[in-house]
Ligand binder design. Structure first.
Ligand SMILES: Cc1ncc(COP(=O)(O)O)c(C=O)c1O
Length: 499
């Protein structure tokens, strides 16, 4: 062991040290040396072994703990290297006179991380057909076995060309969007694509139009880029472009969900699409089209994408496999106007260089083998059934108090109370029913929120959908009843205050 002189006076050696080798501070399954190190750190930072005090000789500690002696000496060496202990020639190892600042487990503040939405009626869940999943496993295994030198090095910031070619084919056939694979960039989802693109086309303080109500995660990305969010209201034809023009005529971009407005589900009308593109040309602005769920159209053919109408001139198209396959895959993509390929590629390289190479080939296999399309056909049928069950259960179990338009696309629906309903009714009902999903109000920014819920129907078993829809409808009726009692019975309040 390396001997390091200490400035503290050697005191009498402790024969034994009370070490806790099984608490939460110890990683189960870690090497004996690492567990010992963690337990020693815990004893030192917790004041069990005080500054300047001697640590037991390695032989004694080995005997006490049942670990091998070299595990003890390695743990001591690491304590010394990290500044928790010092060694004196001929005298042994001592707790350092000053302990490096380190957060003691007990005083460690709880780290607040918002958990992902889970539970009944949560959004963002998907179902992947078992056959498709098996093929995905097989493709991944095959790709892994063939993993070669080209996968081991740095790659193109846009990601694998093979997958980009497959996506370009998909976009042409499914969305009427013709683009060169060189205009496509793979990302780890829409959220990531947004951060890269926003960073490349706008600078801090620039204005960007957003739908209100709209997709809260996109708003978060925009706020994190320190852009000025301009909330533009939405009506039955989509974003009201005239309002956008009035609020921020020189904004640098607009973020929209034209095929299936999130959350209301309206489709942007053709006149509005043309108005939006006219504005973008006049203002030299870009339009970000988030086409998150177009593959799930239940009635009629899917509409041409905005980027398809614009021929990728001022529109940046974003798509994701989070819904068509599964969110854990973390693969999405954007199709860029030619003039943006350079700046966006540079921005991507500055951020995380390029996407991981392992799964891209397997996703290309899914698309090229027809497995992707077959999976979509199968799950589309399941989702249609889930959508119908959820909508009909909610409206019948709420005696019509919830109006539930059946969406013609997507994986979520909106259930609304009468607009005059107290906003607290929805919050109370959702909490009482113990369901996930969102309050419709959470998707609003500046506009006056409508009372209701945004609920996911994909990826939940039908019996669970029925049970949770019933709970939510019943909780809604009780919450409505209690507000009515309060409103009609001011006497109740008066009675209370009179006593
Ligand atoms: C409006 C909208 N855009 C995009 C996405 C997908 O985001 P990501 O690819 O980052 O998972 C979702 C997912 O729920 C969404 O609701």
């Amino acid at each position: 062991m390396r001997k390091i002189p200490t400035n503290s006076r050697p005191s009498r050696r402790k024969p034994e040290l009370a070490l806790d080798l099984s608490g939460a501070h110890v990683t189960p399954g870690a090497s004996s040396q690492h567990r010992l190190y963690q337990a020693l750190c815990h004893a030192i930072t917790g004041g069990i072994a005080k500054p300047g005090e001697p640590l037991p000789p390695s032989r004694t500690l080995a005997k006490q703990t049942g670990f091998r002696r070299n595990a003890v000496t390695s743990a001591y060496e690491r304590l010394i290297a990290d500044g928790f202990a010092v060694a004196t020639v001929g005298s042994g190892t001592f707790v350092a006179a000053r302990i490096p600042a380190r957060v003691n487990d007990r005083s460690k503040a709880k780290i607040a991380v918002e958990p992902p939405q889970q539970g009944p009626l949560a959004l963002g869940c998907t179902h992947i057909d078992e056959r498709a999943l098996q093929r995905f496993r097989a493709f991944t295994g095959r790709r892994l076995r063939a993993f070669g030198t080209e996968h081991l090095h740095y790659g193109d910031p846009r990601g694998s060309r093979e997958l980009r070619v497959a996506i370009a084919d998909h976009l042409l056939s499914a969305r009427g969007l013709r683009c060169d694979p060189d205009q496509i960039m793979l990302t780890s989802g829409t959220q990531h694509a947004l951060r890269i693109v926003l960073g490349a086309i706008l600078k801090h303080g620039d204005q960007i139009w957003c739908e209100d109500p709209g997709y809260p995660a996109a708003r978060k990305a925009i706020e994190h880029c320190r852009l000025r969010l301009v909330s533009v209201p939405v009506d039955a034809s989509g974003m009201i472009i005239a309002r956008g023009r009035a609020l921020a005529p020189t904004a640098g971009a607009a973020y929209v969900t034209p095929s299936h407005q999130f959350p209301l589900g309206v489709q942007m009308s053709m006149p509005r699409r043309l108005e939006l593109l006219d504005w973008a040309r006049e203002a030299s602005a870009f339009v970000i089209e988030d086409d998150y769920d177009s593959e799930f159209r239940y009635d009629g053919a899917p509409l041409l994408s905005l980027a398809g109408i614009d021929h990728l001139s001022r529109v940046i198209y974003m798509g994701t496999f989070a819904k068509t396959l599964f969110p854990g895959l973390r693969i999405g993509y954007c199709a860029l106007p030619e003039r943006l390929v350079g700046p966006v590629t540079t921005a991507r390289a500055a951020l995380d260089r390029f996407p991981g190479t392992l799964l891209e080939g397997a996703v290309a296999d899914m698309l090229n083998s027809g497995t992707f399309a077959a999976n979509l056909r199968r799950v589309r049928g399941l989702y249609r059934e889930a959508r119908d069950v959820l909508a009909s259960t909610l409206s019948s179990a709420s005696n019509g108090e919830l109006s539930v338009p059946v969406p013609s696309q997507g994986l979520h629906l909106v259930a609304r109370f009468d607009p005059s309903t107290d906003p607290l009714v929805a919050a109370k009902a959702k909490a009482d029913a113990g369901v996930a999903g969102w309050l419709l109000a959470e998707t609003y920014h500046r506009a006056r929120p409508l009372p209701g819920f945004v609920l996911g129907f994909a990826g939940h078993p039908i019996p669970q959908l029925v049970a949770s829809a019933r709970r939510l409808a019943e909780a809604s009726l009780s919450a409505l009843q209690s507000t009515r009692n309060v409103n009609s019975g001011n006497g109740v309040r008066r009675l209370k205050s009179a006593t």
